[in-house]
Design a protein around this ligand. Sequence first.
Ligand SMILES: NC(=O)c1ccc[n+]([C@@H]2O[C@H](COP(=O)([O-])OP(=O)(O)OC[C@H]3O[C@@H](n4cnc5c(N)ncnc54)[C@H](OP(=O)(O)O)[C@@H]3O)[C@@H](O)[C@H]2O)c1
Length: 305
Amino acid sequence: MRPSPLPPATPLLVLGASSLIGRALARVAPKLNAYWLSRSMRDTPGWITADLASPRLAQDLSGIAPLSTVLALTPIWITAPAVPALAALGVKRILAISSTSRFTKAASPEAAEREVAQRLAASEAQFIAACAEHGLAYTLFRPTLIYDEGFDRNISRLAALIRRTRVAPLSGNGRGRRQPVHAEDLALGALQALADPRTEGQVYNTPGGETLTYRQMVERLFAALGLKPNIIAFPSWIWRLAFLVAKPVLPGATAAMGARMAEDLVFDDAAARRDFGWSPRPFRPSFPGVTAAPDRRRKSPPQSR
Ligand SMILES: NC(=O)c1ccc[n+]([C@@H]2O[C@H](COP(=O)([O-])OP(=O)(O)OC[C@H]3O[C@@H](n4cnc5c(N)ncnc54)[C@H](OP(=O)(O)O)[C@@H]3O)[C@@H](O)[C@H]2O)c1
């Protein structure tokens, strides 16, 4: 995908500039006419330090008006309550990011995960209602698992574990299908969608360009690291037990993550392809300074889209 020119002459306001997608956007569109906002301080031209949850948000941003378009890469529960303040600044168009976890975690055995799903669903509804009330044309993306080599906290963390230990643990057979999506594809896709009026008032699934099993995903990581796959599969009950023991030292890790390795987390992106040319890359991660192992996937082809 190539960056699309945005229609407005006013700068784009990027919320969540320090997120995976925000950092990828700065890389793939370095000349973008934009302000970049997060709570952290940074000595970068156009960088704004502000808290979207602050009651003074409209005043804090008033100095940078006029603004008409916002790319909100912040969690949807942070974005939705900020819509009235953005509207007060003259914003007319917004693209925000939710997550397919809205569906995949809805029936999780972990209460905390079910709460995430409920929070996403409620915040999406709040966002759409606020946009309607304040006259903003919205587009909403629901990405699957986002990765960006060396930066994300899932794929890259697993790669780091493999690099360190030369082994990857798996719960069960790892046959659950996945569609990891690269942060750069989401960054470029967001620019394309903002430039296309057909996307106004639409919610899109934005999965990665290839559907592959969890096991294949792990095998690709070994290949990307120039290593022979060395996967140790545990029966799911051992996995659950191990997580119970490890919970105090692995905050955020849950046994449900293991159970999901057997589940299909697959979403249809036909509407995104049709409306704004969504064409994400297949899952071929590469890590700087590492020569990938030769491609041995001929015998069992992945399930490409
Ligand atoms: N990671 C995934 O696999 C995944 C999957 C599906 C969907 N998503 C969604 O995709 C988006 C990006 O994901 P990510 O993992 O890159 O997110 P992330 O690392 O958690 O980044 C969140 C961003 O929001 C900013 N932020 C949070 N609270 C804020 C506040 N009160 N005021 C201003 N800025 C605030 C953070 O900036 P500071 O902390 O610097 O303020 C950061 O730039 C999010 O909407 C996420 O829900 C992520």
